[in-house]
Every structure is written in C-alpha cells, then in structure tokens.
Design a binder for this molecule. Structure first.
Ligand SMILES: *Cc1c(COP(=O)(O)O)cnc(C)c1O
Length: 387
C-alpha cells in the first residue's frame, strides 16, 4: 500500500474491514466478538475504514473506540422497552426517507450507507439495506414534498453518511434544496471527520461552500478520535465557512465519565467544533450494553457546567421514544423560593439568592404582563406630569 492510497478516501472506503477473516488479520478477537461475526444476522452491517481501524487497539477488547465498531454478541440480547424504531421515525415519514417530526424542520435521509457502522446506530433498522438510495426518483419526491410544505425552513441531511455520496450527487441535492425559497438553512450530519477524515478534500470544500448557509453536525464521541487527520479535516470545513457542531452519544464504558467527556469537549473546541448535543442512547434493540442511566448524563453535565468554558457544554437530550422529539435535561440548579427570592446553587454547590422581579412586583400580582388598560393609564399619567 502506498501513502497515496492510504490518503485516498475511495481506497479507504473500498478496503473497509467487514468480514471475520479481515478482522482476524488485524486484531485478536475476543470470544464475544468472534461469535458475533460468525453468527451475523443483526440488522446492522459491519464495516470499519482502515483509518479508523488504525485507532483501535488490536489486543484490548475493552478499548472505547473498539467497542463502538466491532460487533459483539451483546447486540443479540433484547431487553424490555427496546424497539427497532424507538423514535417512531417511520410513523412521521410523509415520503420515503424524509422524517417530518417538528413544525419547521425535516430530516432527509440521503442514503443508507456508511463507511463505518457504529454499533449503537439509531438507524440500524435502515442502514446498509440498500432501500434508501440517493436516486432522483426518491429525492425528487422529497423535494416535491418540501416545495409544497412552506413551513419547513430547515433541512437536516443525514443517512447513512451524506459525505459518502459523490460530490456531483451532493452538489445536486444541496442545489435542489437551495432552490426552494422557503428553505433558509441546510445542515449535514456526518461522521466522516472522525472515521474517514481523508474524505474532506479541498474539492469537496469548494463545492460545499457554494451552498451557504450550510452548517454541519459532526459525530465525535471520544478524544481518541481527535487525531491530527481529524483536526485537518475540521480546519478545512471551518475554513470553508461551515459552522461545526458535534453530536455525541453517551455510551457506557466508552465516554460515560466526566474526565473523558471533558477531554473530548476541550479537543473539539480546539478543532473549532462546538459541542451541540449529548444524546442519551436510544433504546434500540440490542443496546442495553451501551446504555447508561440518565443520572450519569446529568452528572456529566454538572461536571462540565461552570467548571469549563460554556461553549464546551452540550445540551443533554433524550430523544423521546415514540416520536416526542428531543427533550433537554438539566441538573437542577434551582434550590427553591424563599419569600420573593429565588434560591439557586452554583457549580461549587454554594447557594445564592436572586430577588425575582416577577413575584416581587407588588401591583402586578400574579399576572406576568400588565394589562393594556394599565399601560394606557400609565401613559396618560406620564403625559399629564410632563406637560
Ligand atoms: C434531531 C432532529 C432534527 C433536528 O433537531 P434540532 O434540535 O433542530 O437539531 C430534526 N428532525 C428530526 C426528525 C430529528 O431527529
């Protein structure tokens, strides 16, 4: 293999590690990993780019990154409350591959292919099955729906990984969306800077920058992913004027401690990526080994807020099973009320009082807003006194 091949994203994509034989050539598999690869049959395909494999410890099955891409028999275990489509995406899909759950924005699945499959994938029911393809017939149906749905002002292109598409295809998709006047804002969700940073070529960036305002949600989950290659990829995207956010899934034994998460968010800020969401892992079939308690997520946010830059603190969310959308969760900093004061606690656990004007205002009573009658009385009073 030549360096030119290693740095060529198409070579990386063609040479993904997928089979038992290929895995055995590059690592010592544990029993549960080997059994999962022999048995197969989970809906989620297996694949890891040679680049991402180079970040993986061949001897330690407990290495965080390894657990996220090498299958294990734990995926075959189904637990109460789990489902193949916990977010009810299929019920909110007006046309194939388009999810319209919120009033003003949609999720457009561009394709169902990824170069590297995350074992906790929220779309394991669809990825790698060849049902969602980036062909004109399906996408034109999606664009038609968007043209006749003027309340949509924001389109999130995800998948699969949209950056696995050719530049021409992605250029056409972005151009088509940009051509719809009420679409103000387009974003792309991708894990390429983490799993295949070689994909972020100057030519890709030249194409992307034609379609501003374009934002990107990157998927980083561990500081080990923040390599010089990933840093260069993010720099190219940022230099192309694309604001970068990171969506991180909270995973047991991978990133579920304050120290790992602090190192991750610090690395992200240095790479010009703003931590956007920390996701509670969805209750997907076979995900019990990845899921932490909600208290763990709150503990991590509490360990970040105040202790480090506000920009480093993501919003912790549960994507509500059944299609409720993302619900934010915060540690409770409100201790209570004492008379007219609100009592709050800071990151050091000290209590402070704030005189709350909403409850303190004597004449407004319980009503937050003065009535129009009261405002015109006040205006009249002012006119009289001034002249
Ligand atoms: C996450 C998501 C969005 C985008 O949500 P934001 O909170 O605006 O980032 C839109 N549609 C669907 C279906 C989603 O899951």
């Amino acid at each position: 293999m030549l360096a030119a091949e290693w740095n060529d994203w198409r070579w990386q994509s063609r040479n993904r590690i997928r089979t038992l034989e290929q895995f055995e050539r590059v690592m010592v598999l544990s029993d549960v990993e080997r059994a999962a690869l022999v048995q197969g049959g989970t809906p989620l395909p297996t694949g890891v780019t040679p680049y991402y494999m180079s970040l993986i410890d061949p001897l330690d099955p407990n290495q965080p990154l390894r657990k996220t891409v090498v299958p294990s028999t734990a995926e075959f275990v189904r637990t109460a409350g789990e489902a193949d489509d916990p977010l009810g995406e299929d019920d909110h899909s007006p046309v194939p591959g388009l999810v319209h759950r919120y009033p003003d924005r949609v999720l457009l699945l561009a394709l169902d292919f990824c170069t590297t499959y995350c074992r906790y994938c929220t779309r394991s029911r669809v990825v790698g099955h060849g049902e969602i393809v980036a062909n004109e017939t399906r996408l034109e149906q999606a664009f038609d729906y968007l043209r006749r749905t003027p309340q949509v002002r924001d389109v999130l292109i995800s998948g699969g990984d949209p950056l696995a598409l050719s530049e021409e295809r992605l250029d056409w998709i972005l151009g088509s969306l940009r051509g719809i006047p009420h679409i103000e804002f387009v974003r792309i969700g991708t894990k390429m800077p983490a799993v295949l940073p070689q994909r972020i070529t100057p030519s890709l960036c030249r194409m992307l920058r034609k379609h501003h305002p374009l934002w990107m949600s990157l998927h980083f989950l561990h500081p080990d992913e923040c390599t010089p290659e990933a840093e260069r990829a993010c720099a190219r995207l940022a230099d192309a004027g694309i604001p970068l956010g990171s969506q991180t899934v909270l995973l047991k034994g991978v990133n579920d401690d304050v120290d790992t998460m602090t190192r991750l968010v610090h690395r992200l800020l240095r790479m010009r990526v703003r931590p956007y969401y920390l996701y509670q892992c969805d209750p997907l079939s076979g995900s019990a080994h990845f899921r932490t308690s909600v208290d763990k997520g709150l503990e991590i946010i509490e360990g970040l807020r105040g202790h480090t830059s506000g920009y480093a603190v993501p919003t912790y969310v549960i994507d509500a099973p059944g299609g409720g959308g993302k619900v934010p969760l915060q540690p409770n900093y409100l201790v209570g009320r004492d008379g007219d004061d609100v009592v709050v606690r800071n990151f050091e656990g000290k209590s402070f009082r704030y005189p709350d004007p909403l409850t303190a205002g004597p004449s407004l009573g319980g009503d937050r807003r003065p009535s129009p009658a009261r405002l015109s009385e006040a205006a009249e009073a002012a006119t009289c006194s001034s002249g």
